[in-house]
Design a protein around this ligand. Structure first.
Ligand code: ZN
Length: 500
């Protein structure tokens, strides 16, 4: 380590420790006593402030340019260069926003969440519209500060979540998806009788589901000596470092597939974090490189692998043994079809693999219009409903199952949604590539998932944020982001399932 970098190290360590403390408090919120929130938020606020100041201060500001010169860079290790790159980016971004605006915006977001939640519960968009309007104003303003030459305002917002994925790339991506998949979705909606999902909606006691999900997570390689699972309303994954990765699940006793695929999905996120190299895990580059890449790993496990016949072949009997009454008359083939059934629906988080990207496309188009000033906040619910009719042939009967369903906008996350679709497309691209380097289907049929996991670790996980999404794809597959694999994967899979 260079002497100069050594001077930076204590700041990095302190910021990392404070970040871990905040993560732990946030995790604990789900099990903390109900009335603890107010006082605990104060503690989290203080810790977050300290975390911010641990890195954003004059000492680090002085060190950064000195560590960025070509001579200094020569002495740095690969991951140290990545740390400097990330710090420079964070400094640039934060220095653009006047502190008083950032503070006002942060308080606005704290207030916005309960307002959104109440509006959703009461189907009352009007009560949420004023605060949404303010969040949009700030988001556009901040995107304006960050906007570089040649970028649209929305490009600047997108850049926060997926570096290099511009509206140009995404217009092309969603355009191709829509052209190829819209006719497929329409044809399948005429053939709904072909696949029954009834076998998934019997009574499945939660405690047995929990046992099976634990088995599944271990089966794909999640290491319970370095991780744990718990329950929450919506499943999610979080981590302190590569030896402490945690995810949650939710068990519905009349929906067998929900917890099963959440366990595999969150387990996929978990494998990414457990696969980070020991050398970087306690640093700011020691976690998944982007939202899209993270989502690619969870979806690779959940969909490309987890919803395949080959995956279930060695383990389906185990599930039947756990629920003999419910499943002994259900063949593997029936089960396989049921877990892959497609039907246009209103709620994004419950959508099947084929219709899912349409939910994202709709949000993407709306966000673009918001940033272009083509739509007012009052017009959003009608626009939302019109797009659902246009793409999926269904219309929400109220705003709760329409525009109010997702919390993202109340948290100021504009530009975040596309990552979900990017993730699915990357997963398909990676799967295609892996088929060319290993007998992936044979491994699945043999119940041997280690070579798959090791390959992903070697080419993606261990690097953390040291490489961005496009660099990982190029180095691994020899090709940058290419949505054709995703389109072909969905077209082939669903044409076969629905005998088209
Ligand atoms: Zn996910």
């Amino acid at each position: 380590m260079s002497e100069l970098f050594q001077q930076l190290q204590p700041y990095l360590d302190r910021a990392f420790a404070l970040n871990a403390a905040c993560t732990l408090f946030n995790w604990d919120q789900y099990n903390a006593p109900k009335d603890s929130i107010e006082n605990t938020s104060k503690i989290i606020g203080i810790l977050s402030g300290e975390q911010y100041r641990a890195l954003i201060n004059d000492e680090v500001k002085n060190l950064l340019p000195r560590l960025s010169t070509p001579e200094a860079q020569k002495e740095l290790a690969f991951h140290e260069k990545a740390i400097i790159r990330l710090l420079n980016k964070q400094f640039r971004k934060l220095s653009l926003i006047p502190p008083e605006e950032y503070q006002a915006y942060s308080s606005l977001l704290v207030q916005a969440y309960p307002i959104w939640e109440a509006a959703k519960n009461n189907n009352d968009y009007a009560s949420y519209a004023p605060v949404l309007e303010q969040i949009i104003t700030y988001s556009k303003k901040f995107a304006g500060y960050a906007q570089k030459e040649g970028q649209t305002l929305y490009d600047a917002a997108l850049d926060d979540y997926e570096e290099g994925f511009t509206t140009k790339i995404l217009d092309d991506f969603f355009g191709r998806l829509s052209a190829a998949l819209t006719p497929l979705v329409k044809k399948i909606s005429q053939k709904q009788d072909l696949i029954s999902t009834q076998c998934l909606h019997k009574f499945y006691p939660a405690d047995t589901q929990e046992k099976f999900c634990h088995f599944l997570a271990e089966y794909i390689g999640f290491d319970y000596n370095r991780g744990l699972t718990s329950e929450s309303e919506h499943p999610f994954t979080t981590q302190l470092h590569n030896h402490d990765v945690r995810f949650t699940n939710h068990y519905y006793e009349n929906k067998l597939d929900s917890a099963i695929f959440s366990a595999i999905h969150e387990g996929g996120h978990g494998l990414y974090e457990q696969g980070i190299d020991d050398k970087i895990t306690l640093t700011i580059v020691g976690s998944g490189t982007s939202m899209g890449m993270h989502e690619s790993q969870s979806r690779f496990y959940e969909n490309n692998i987890g919803r395949s016949r080959e995956f279930w072949k060695p383990i389906y009997q185990k599930l039947v043994d756990m629920y003999p009454e419910q499943l002994s008359q259900v063949s593997l083939d029936e089960f396989y079809k049921a877990i892959n059934a497609s039907c246009p629906s209103l709620i994004r988080t419950e959508a099947d693999e084929l219709t899912y990207p349409f939910h994202i496309m709709i949000r993407y188009e709306i966000e673009k219009m918001i940033f272009d000033g083509q739509v007012t906040v009052d017009q959003l619910p009608a626009l939302w409903n019109q797009k659902y009719e246009e793409y999926l042939g269904i219309t929400p009967s109220n705003d709760t199952e329409g525009i109010l369903q997702d919390m993202h906008w109340s948290g100021g996350s504009f530009g975040y949604f596309p990552s979900y679709a990017i993730g699915s497309a990357i997963a398909a691209q990676i799967y295609h590539h892996m088929e060319t380097v290993m007998p992936i289907k044979d491994y699945l049929e043999q119940g041997n998932l280690a070579p798959i996991r090791e390959y992903l670790k070697e080419h993606i996980h261990r690097f953390g944020c040291c490489k961005n999404t496009q660099e990982i794809l190029m180095d691994m597959t020899g090709e940058s982001f290419n949505p054709e694999y995703y389109i072909k994967y969905l077209t082939d899979k669903y044409s076969s399932l629905y005998e088209l």
